[in-house]
Write a protein that binds this ligand. Structure first.
Ligand code: OAD
Length: 234
């Protein structure tokens, strides 16, 4: 822990890559942890795919939307709060997140790259018209599936589904990953291309409950809960 604190202070600023594990202490189950991971209950890879969105809208706007909205009332936890504080202190350059829960912003982080999109808004797949996310929810509640734009096109959330291209934030994340040392927090580092980002980093710290395929490349690996570990490092 002391070695990690010293490295963080000596190499600042850092770019931080977060995954679902940083939000489990906010009550949001992650995808792949044993027993609690969503992966064990559904096959999110298909339910949250462009294939389901278009070919099986009742599954996407039913089960898929429930998976996506599982964090609706979640609040940031100490891990999100420490990162926001580190940004203010100049220790963190930016947070790159695979999460769509907006908890970094809610904790006060200003520079957040959302490489898997977010659930604050939606858009029409035909004319591109923007909608608040609530529009989808209220149409689905009225059994309008798929929800439709005034032009007749289908409305979908601004989140990255399997089969989608990544948003422009991913290119910005690649640039940052080349320029700054990286701390990875709460990611199994199994989903590509997000898991390629740590490869570029000249220094790497991994904070995760379980081992990851990148542990062997890291300068320091801390196995523990994100909230407790970051609070101890603070
Ligand atoms: P995963 O569920 O694959 O990995 C979460 C990791 O966090 C696991 O290795 C856990 O051991 C660890 N973990 C859980 N709770 C923790 C805690 N309190 N403190 C520290 N570590 C903890 O989630 P991601 O790596 O984010 O993509 O998954 C990547 C992508 O897979 C997601 O963004 C999503 C999914 O398919 C899309 O939906 C496009």
């Amino acid at each position: 822990m002391k070695k990690a604190s010293e490295l963080i202070a000596s190499q600042k600023p850092w770019v931080v890559l977060t995954g679902a594990g940083i939000s489990t202490e906010s009550g949001i189950p992650d995808f792949r942890s044993k027993n609690t991971g969503l992966w064990e209950q559904y096959d999110p890879m298909w339910v949250l795919s462009t294939d389901a969105l278009v070919k099986r809208p009742e599954v996407f706007y039913g089960t898929g939307l429930r998976i996506l909205m599982r964090f609706e009332n979640a609040r940031p936890n100490p891990a999100h709060e420490v990162l926001a504080e580190w940004e203010k202190r100049g220790l963190v350059e930016a947070v790159i997140t695979q999460n769509i829960d907006s908890l970094h912003q809610k904790a006060g982080s200003q520079k957040v790259l959302e490489i898997h999109g977010h659930l604050r808004s939606a858009h029409c797949m035909h004319c591109g018209n923007k909608y608040p996310m609530q529009e989808i929810q209220s149409k689905v509640q009225k059994r309008e599936i798929p929800p439709r734009c005034s032009c007749g096109g289908q409305i979908r959330p601004d989140v990255v589904l399997f089969g989608d291209l990544l948003p422009p934030d991913f290119e910005k994340a690649q640039v940052l990953a080349h320029r700054f040392p990286m701390i990875v927090i709460g990611s199994s580092l199994t989903v590509s291309p997000a898991n390629l980002l740590p490869r570029y980093a000249r220094k790497l710290i991994i904070i995760n409950l379980e081992s990851t395929p990148y542990d062997y490349r890291a300068d320091i690996v801390l196995h523990g809960k994100a909230g407790e570990t970051l609070t101890a490092l603070d």
